[in-house]
Design a protein around this ligand. Structure first.
Ligand SMILES: Nc1nc2c(c(=O)[nH]1)N[C@H]1C(S)=C(S)[C@@H](COP(=O)(O)OP(=O)(O)OC[C@H]3O[C@@H](n4cnc5c(=O)[nH]c(N)nc54)[C@H](O)[C@@H]3O)O[C@H]1N2
Ligand SMILES: Nc1nc2c(c(=O)[nH]1)N[C@H]1C(S)=C(S)[C@@H](COP(=O)(O)OP(=O)(O)OC[C@H]3O[C@@H](n4cnc5c(=O)[nH]c(N)nc54)[C@H](O)[C@@H]3O)O[C@H]1N2
Ligand SMILES: [Mo]
Length: 726
């Protein structure tokens, strides 16, 4: 019996919205949703000074269930004053909380500490918390301190924290991107000398074909679905590349369109299902087919590309058999896609984690870039590269320099701004930092948001890495399992305001390089919650004193923006945003002309060898993915409505594999991975490519070994060999 799946969007999204509204109060929620603050969820971006639910093209209403989810979750009540003293709240007990239960506890509203050897967290004053943090950070020194940032914090807070690191003399500054879109940054850098999208939002209205590769925007970037629906309505095409048949990418009910809401909009024109990891071969195959059908643009390459001959020869020389075998897609389908590319005037290539979460993530991105360059579909309006970014401000956090290596320009300006010498060393990426922890090379870890523990592969290993660190300081809005499993010898949790609660305005950057301002607001819950920037400045002052940087003065976000304007290329407009209220696109990022940021100004093509995708015949290639009802490690709903998956402890496999392993839909099995085992997992038989399986992150992270891409340093979260045992 097949499970019932549902098309994406539509009434269930509306019903959910009404439900949430009743929980936290409809008027209160509506006010928050419409307040002048950037949306908290994905990096497609909406809101800001033009008001909530407005996109950068000024369109209203932009509706998104995710945004509501995040907003109403921040409006939950605060933890009771004596929460951690309650009998059932020992560390051992709190470790039993599921991600959803941890989230549902409520807002953090006072600082707490887990002292060395203690059995429970204990409430402390801000002064004591900041003194301990400052003293320990100072004692640890630059080499033994590391700084991690997730992507929800403001540019101002992230800039302050990376400034603290550089002035202290540390390059151990890394963000969640290393587990996310780093391969996109590296690949785009190699091909075009840039790390971000080459297109702006408006370009989607100018193109006539969009590739959606290894991404599930129906759940993770719902507002992109509106753009895709618009494209389809005006006669454009959408090619989906995904081992899993995502019903939401087939048909989507766009909540802001009446007709679409009633009848649904057919999104995919062509749905291609490669095997997990098969995209490099697939894009080489597309290129080969474009060479054969005359779809490549020789004159574009001659004028604007380097090294194209080697890449064209490589694609021509690869046999169809090898490309079919490695990608899992037949030649006729590749030729069909190539003919659609040839027939199009402008193609946009969009992708997300299905591309980057591989040992060959960078090759995947380069193979996509090769096709774009060879067909002249980059460097002009309505055509180009569009990594679909994750967190609402992950791009800003990277742009303002929260990365181990600084671009030469940023490094020089920081040295001048602060009268310091930025250290020479390389600095840890996220995985290297975890390993350093394990080896006892870290004494202090400063986490600006996120759930570092829960985001890691091999959670036993992750626990061990963090347990060896003397002091860990977490700045968070809500509790998550990382606070209990990812503890150091001493652990502090400091509560922070979300962006729409901050007393001062903050800024965020969207995946289209558009900088928005959030005006802030008042706290949703009472308590002793502070702004991220405030806490960072207080700790910095304790560690470094008032010189060379006056941290007290930098508590003013306007002052911080003045520094960002001077330090970060392309950001000069941020200096006057307080007066002008003018949100802006960072200069030099969008490529509407084929002059790129490489040394020669040309795009560079790279030969992409096909990856080794062989695994043991008795194993499946596991992709760990997000459900409809979660935001990263935060779980809001246990079931996945679009895919028809009843709860989080399921494994989705193909009919052929169910037969091969002699298991049935609904049966409970044991799933064994390289790092661990999960018992009592329910089989769901669905429309997924044979040989490939899917489970939900973060629960399934216990199964995965950190198999790291050597160039992006990203774990292969979408290619974990597992066996099924009944
Ligand atoms: N609601 C919601 N929105 C979110 C998030 C969230 O958790 N919830 N997270 C945010 C963040 S930080 C990020 S990075 C993004 C993530 O957004 P996505 O990348 O869309 O999320 P995932 O669920 O990790 O994986 C996406 C898709 O990749 C496919 N896939 C897996 N392996 C492969 C492969 O080898 N090849 C191909 N072609 N496809 C593959 C899966 O079937 C799945 O459909 O979303 C952001 N937005
Ligand atoms: N197996 C597997 N592992 C993965 C992935 C996968 O697809 N599969 N995806 C990877 C990806 S793409 C990513 S981006 C990472 C996610 O890694 P992270 O970004 O580290 O994790 P999140 O779950 O997004 O962090 C959630 C926490 O952020 C805090 N928070 C929310 N808003 C704010 C705020 O405004 N300020 C502060 N200071 N804190 C706030 C809340 O306390 C919440 O508990 O996980 C990675 N890990
Ligand atoms: Mo991400």
């Amino acid at each position: 019996m097949a499970r019932k799946t549902k098309p994406g969007g539509g009434w269930q999204a509306v019903a959910y919205t009404l439900n949430k509204a009743m929980e936290v109060g409809p008027i209160r929620l509506w006010r928050r949703m419409r307040s002048k603050n950037a949306c908290k969820t994905c990096a497609l971006g909406m809101g800001g000074l033009k008001g909530g639910m407005v996109n950068e093209a000024g369109h209203f209403p932009e509706v998104c269930k995710k945004s509501l989810q995040a907003q109403s979750a921040d409006m939950y009540e605060a933890l009771p004053a004596d929460y951690f003293a309650e009998p059932g709240k020992t560390l051992a007990k709190l470790k039993e909380l599921t991600p959803k239960q941890a989230e549902d506890q409520g807002r953090l509203s006072y600082p707490v500490i887990l002292r060395e050897g203690a059995e429970r967290f204990e409430r402390i004053s801000w002064d004591e918390a900041l003194d301990i943090a400052g003293k320990r950070l100072k004692k640890a020194g630059p080499e033994k301190t590391a700084y991690y940032a997730s992507g929800r914090s403001s540019n101002e807070a992230a800039f302050l924290l990376q400034s603290l690191a550089r002035v202290q003399g540390s390059n151990n500054v890394m963000n969640c991107s290393f587990y996310c879109h780093q391969a996109s940054g590296v690949g785009l850098g190699m091909a075009f000398g840039t790390g971000t999208a080459t297109v702006e939002l408006e370009d989607i209205n100018r193109c006539d074909l969009v590739f959606v590769i290894g991404a599930n925007p129906a759940s993770n970037h719902p507002r992109l679905m509106t753009q895709l629906a618009n494209l389809k309505e005006r006669g454009g095409e959408v090619i989906i590349v995904n081992p899993l048949y995502e019903t939401g990418l087939d048909t989507f009910h766009v909540p802001s369109k009446v007709k679409s809401m009633l009848f649904g909009t057919k999104i995919s024109s062509l749905y291609i299902q490669p095997g997990a990891g098969g995209d490099t071969a697939l894009f080489v195959g597309f290129l080969k087919a474009c060479i054969e059908n005359g779809g490549i643009d020789k004159s574009f390459m001659e004028a604007h590309a380097e090294d194209y001959e080697a890449v064209l020869n490589f694609a021509s020389d690869k046999s169809w058999e090898e490309l079919e075998e490695n990608s899992g897609v037949d030649r006729a389908t590749m030729e069909k896609a190539a003919s659609m590319v040839k027939a199009s005037k402008g193609v946009i290539f969009s992708w997300a984690m299905g591309i980057t979460h591989h040992k060959h993530g960078v090759e995947n991105v380069l193979a996509i870039a090769n096709l774009a360059i060879a067909t002249g579909n980059v460097g002009r309006p309505g055509a180009g590269m569009m990594p679909i970014r994750g967190h609402s401000n992950v791009q800003g956090v990277g742009s303002i320099g929260f990365t181990p290596a600084l671009k030469a320009g940023i490094k020089k300006s920081l040295e001048k701004l602060y009268d310091i010498k930025v250290p020479e060393g390389e600095g840890y990426d996220t995985h290297a930092m975890m390993e350093a922890g394990r080896k006892g090379k870290l004494d202090f870890l400063f986490c600006l948001g996120g759930n570092l523990w829960g985001s890691n592969p091999d959670l036993t290993w992750a626990t061990e890495c963090l347990a060896n660190i003397d002091t860990i300081v977490y700045l968070n809005t809500k509790l998550n399992p990382g606070h209990f499993h990812g503890v150091g010898k001493t652990t502090l949790i400091l509560p922070v305001l979300a962006r729409d609660e901050e007393p001062q305005a903050t800024t965020q950057e969207s995946m289209f390089n558009f900088v928005r301002m959030s005006e802030g607001g008042t706290a949703n819950v009472g308590g002793l919650i502070r702004a991220e920037s405030d806490i960072i400045c207080d700790i910095a002052h304790r560690v470094l004193g008032p010189k060379p940087v006056d941290w007290k003065r930098l508590k003013s976000h306007k002052e911080v923006r003045a520094l960002i304007a001077r330090a970060i290329p392309g950001w000069s407009e941020i200096a006057t945003i307080d007066e002008t209220g003018k949100e802006f696109t960072i200069t030099g990022r969008v490529f509407h002309n084929p002059t790129f940021k490489t040394a020669s100004g040309k795009a560079i093509m790279h030969v992409t060898e096909l990856p080794d995708l062989e695994i043991d015949k008795n194993m499946l290639k596991l992709m760990t993915i997000r459900s409809e009802g979660q935001f990263n490690t935060v779980v809001y709903e246990e079931h996945d409505i679009y895919r028809g998956i009843p709860h989080r402890f399921c494994i989705l496999i193909a009919k052929e594999d169910a037969e091969r392993f002699s298991v049935k839909d609904g049966q409970r099995v044991t799933v064994r991975g390289e790092a661990g085992v999960m018992d009592n997992i329910e089989i769901v038989v669905g429309k997924i490519k044979e040989g490939t399986a899917a489970m939900f992150y973060p629960e399934s992270n216990v199964l995965i070994k950190p198999n790291i891409d050597s160039r992006s340093r990203t774990p292969a979260f979408k290619f974990a060999p597992v066996t099924i045992e009944s």
